[in-house]
Design a protein around this ligand. Structure first.
Ligand SMILES: Nc1ncnc2c1ncn2[C@@H]1O[C@H](COP(=O)(O)OP(=O)(O)O)[C@@H](O)[C@H]1O
Ligand SMILES: [Mg+2]
Length: 495
């Protein structure tokens, strides 16, 4: 039976078409993926189903009857429950209070009884959580369970999860998958939003791919491959498995010993970290967000003071007088990586505008700057109508290419890349990876920090796992497994 059917749904924001004539059907009791790059229109479509937005045209059917979902409350009444990308729980309230919020306006509310009800519900669905604890004290994975319980408490039959795995550790992802399978087995219908192909293939029955607001395909996961799905998402051929030449590590470029770094609140964020990084090698750092990665990267890029220990940058040619060139690709390209109001050309010379040929006798040489920018745009495939375009107008992928173009010329000896593909689509991610691998093969030492484990595994030669500011282990990327690293990321130490 078809549980949910969308017919020609269109949604405009001003003149921008976020959802363009979308039709799709979701079968009852199935897990249906909506896959698409950032900006494809996934969240907009889900907001329409959950009553947050009204479509400009089109019709929604639930169990084959036309419905008008005029508000989130109406959606709840119809049995539609949405779990948003950014959780909407109130941290200061308990699990029970959060779950019943907005439902019980009874002045004789018996909280003990509600707690028991929720305990029973959590048992029935094997969604382990203590109903009396405050939400702010729960790990993210458990907060997500509370969100799921909340929609189940409201008797949702259709559960929509918007990029639910983005915030989870690999063990939390595994347990969410078990939970979702169970919900489907009990007859719930699930829409699972993601831009991660493996997850979709592993968990879902069917998948609809969106690109630029349009449905480009709907298929069962049995009848497709990750490669096909990637190409549907991006609209051209993509390289999923990075093919790397074997590493040929050279001299040690970076040596870190007993490093301790504090965070902004003066708490120790990096404790006793030691490692060496060689020319021509990528050392990946895997870890859940907030385990000291930021502070470590900042310290190596000389942006944060070292509390204890040493960071040595060693010149590949000892006689050289020049300072070792360090490239830094910061986590937040919009805040730290670029000056958004400046043009592409201006951003490209941020570190060199006082030097020849860009500056002569205190005068900026506009022609030289423009010529330089034009060739950088070509080399790094920065797509814009000209070098004078403000970077604020570029897509995320093109903005990141501007950062890369600036940081990688002239060629650096060490590259610190912090989440360099965050928020980028498959195509732009591919471009960033290929560029960094070229740098590695040229002889750059690369420190690659990311919370996306698959990515770290694909690009690295060795992988350090960081947990609570410490390196739990450093593994050979050739032989390390996802399971092994996943456990280390969650804090279980290797024996
Ligand atoms: N409230 C809004 N106002 C204007 N534009 C929006 C709004 N919400 C989304 N968009 C635009 O619609 C497009 C699709 O966004 P979204 O549905 O969030 O994509 P996805 O969830 O697939 O990443 C994006 O280009 C986004 O900038
Ligand atoms: Mg979204």
């Amino acid at each position: 039976m078809i549980y949910l059917q969308l017919e020609n749904i269109t949604k405009l924001f001003g003149s921008f078409v976020a959802n363009d004539n979308i039709s799709l059907s979701v079968e009852a009791g199935k897990i249906h993926a909506i896959l698409g790059e950032n900006g494809a229109g996934k969240t907009t479509l889900m907001n329409i189903i959950s009553g947050l937005y009204q479509p400009d045209s089109g019709q929604i059917y639930l169990e084959e009857k036309p419905v008008n979902i005029t508000s989130p409350n109406e959606a709840i009444k119809l049995g539609i429950g949405m779990i948003h990308q950014h959780f909407m729980l109130i941290p200061q309230l308990t699990v029970t209070e959060n779950i019943i919020l907005g439902r019980e306006n009874n002045w004789r509310l018996n909280i003990r009884q509600k707690q028991q009800e929720i305990a029973a519900l959590s048992q029935a669905y094997q969604l382990e959580v203590d109903p009396t604890v405050k939400v702010e004290n729960l790990p993210v994975g458990t907060q997500q369970r509370v969100e799921i319980l909340k929609v189940l408490y409201r008797q949702a039959k259709l559960l929509i999860l918007d990029e639910p795995t983005a915030v989870l550790t690999p063990p939390e992802v595994a347990s969410l998958i078990v939970i979702l399978r169970q919900l489907a087995a009990k007859g719930n219908t699930i829409i699972f939003i993601s831009h991660k192909l493996e997850e979709v293939m592993h968990l879902c029955d069917t998948v609809t791919v969106l690109r630029r607001g349009k449905v480009v395909a709907t298929t069962t996961t049995k009848n497709t491959t990750t490669q096909q799905l990637a190409e549907l998402m991006v609209g051209r051929e993509v390289i999923l498995n990075l093919s790397k030449s074997p590493p040929s590590p050279g001299k040690v470029i970076l040596s870190v010993q007993g490093l301790q770094v504090a965070d902004d609140r003066k708490m120790i964020a990096v404790r006793d970290v030691s490692f060496q990084l060689r020319a021509g090698e990528v050392l990946g750092i895997a870890g859940v967000d907030g385990n000291g990665q930021r502070e470590l990267a900042d310290a190596i890029a000389s942006l944060r003071t070292v509390k204890q220990g040493k960071i040595d940058l060693l010149h590949p040619t000892p006689a050289s007088e020049e300072r070792l060139r360090v490239a830094y690709i910061p986590e937040d390209r919009q805040k730290t990586g670029l000056v958004l109001q400046f043009s592409i050309a201006q951003n490209l010379i941020l570190k060199s505008f006082t030097k020849l040929p860009f500056c002569r006798y205190f005068w900026l040489q506009q022609q030289a700057i423009a010529n330089y920018a034009k060739s950088a745009m070509q080399n790094f495939d920065i797509r814009a109508t000209g070098e004078d375009v403000q970077v604020s107008q570029l897509s995320g992928g093109n903005q990141q290419k501007v950062v890369l173009a600036r940081e990688l010329t002239p060629a650096p000896a060490l590259i610190v890349a912090m989440q360099p593909t965050r928020g980028l689509d498959v195509g732009a991610t591919e471009a960033v990876h290929l560029r960094l691998l070229t740098e590695r093969d040229r002889g750059a030492a690369i420190l690659y920090i990311s919370t996306e484990l698959e990515e770290v595994m694909a690009i690295s030669d060795r992988i350090a796992v960081i947990y609570r500011g410490e390196f739990v282990d450093i593994l050979d990327a050739q032989t390390a497994t996802v399971e092994e690293i996943g456990l280390l990321m969650a804090g279980s130490r290797k024996q």
